[in-house]
Design a protein around this ligand. Structure first.
Ligand SMILES: CC(C)(COP(=O)(O)OP(=O)(O)OC[C@H]1O[C@@H](n2cnc3c(N)ncnc32)[C@H](O)[C@@H]1OP(=O)(O)O)[C@@H](O)C(=O)NCCC(=O)NCCS
Length: 148
C-alpha cells in the first residue's frame, strides 16, 4: 500500500475522504468545504492501492511547531481488522518525521478500544489527560501526546 499526501486540487481524492468520513463518523464527518482548505493549508494523507483504504487529517500546532494534531484518522469499514491501521500509522510516522514533527497530539473516546490499542501499542506516550465534555455533555475524550 502507498501513502500519498493529498493536495487541494485533487478533488476526487478529497471527495473519497468525505465519503469515508461519513461512513465512519456519520453526522460528525467533515465535508468538502472543510476538507479542501485543510488540504491546502495543513496535511491530508491517503493510504491504499487503487481504491482509498485509509486517510489521516492533521493540523500543525501554532503554539508548538514541532507538534502535529491528528484531527481525523480512519480505515474503511470493509478493510478494518486487517492490519491496515497499523501499517498506515507506521508510514505516517516516517512521513511526519521527514516533515519535521516530533510529537503527535490527539484525542480519543475511552470506548474506542481499537483506536486506543493501535495508538498505545505503536507510539510512546509523552503525556495523557482527560477532557470532560470535550465536545459537550457526555462527549469526554482522552488526550494524548505521543512521540512520533
Ligand atoms: C481505529 C482504526 C483506525 C484501526 O484500524 P484497523 O485497520 O482496523 O486496525 P488494525 O487492523 O491495524 O489493528 C491494529 C491493532 O488494534 C487491534 N484491534 C483492532 N480492533 C480492535 C478492537 N475492537 N479492540 C481492541 N483492539 C483492536 C488489533 O488487534 C491490532 O493489534 P495488534 O497490533 O496488537 O495485533 C479503525 O478501526 C477505524 O477507522 N475506526 C473508525 C474511525 C476511528 O475511530 N478513528 C480513530 C479516531 S481517534
Amino acid at each position: 500500500m502507498k501513502l500519498k499526501r493529498v493536495r487541494s486540487e485533487d478533488i476526487a481524492s478529497l471527495n473519497s475522504i468525505v465519503d469515508l468520513e461519513k461512513e465512519l463518523f456519520l453526522d460528525g464527518g467533515l465535508n468538502i468545504w472543510a476538507i479542501q482548505p485543510i488540504a491546502e493549508y495543513q496535511f491530508i494523507y491517503k493510504y491504499g492501492q487503487g481504491d482509498l483504504c485509509a486517510y489521516a487529517i492533521l493540523l500543525s500546532k501554532v503554539k508548538d511547531p514541532k507538534t502535529v494534531y491528528l484531527f481525523s484518522f480512519g480505515v474503511a469499514k470493509n478493510q478494518q481488522g486487517k492490519g491496515v491501521g497499523k501499517s498506515f500509522l507506521k508510514e505516517l510516522r516516517l512521513e511526519l518525521c521527514s516533515v519535521g514533527f516530533t510529537n503527535l497530539e490527539l484525542t480519543v473516546a475511552s470506548e474506542n478500544k481499537a483506536a486506543l490499542h493501535l495508538y498505545k501499542s505503536q507510539l510512546e506516550v509523552l503525556s495523557k489527560s482527560f477532557i470532560k465534555g470535550c465536545y459537550g455533555d457526555g462527549e469526554d475524550r482522552e488526550k494524548f501526546v505521543f512521540k512520533i
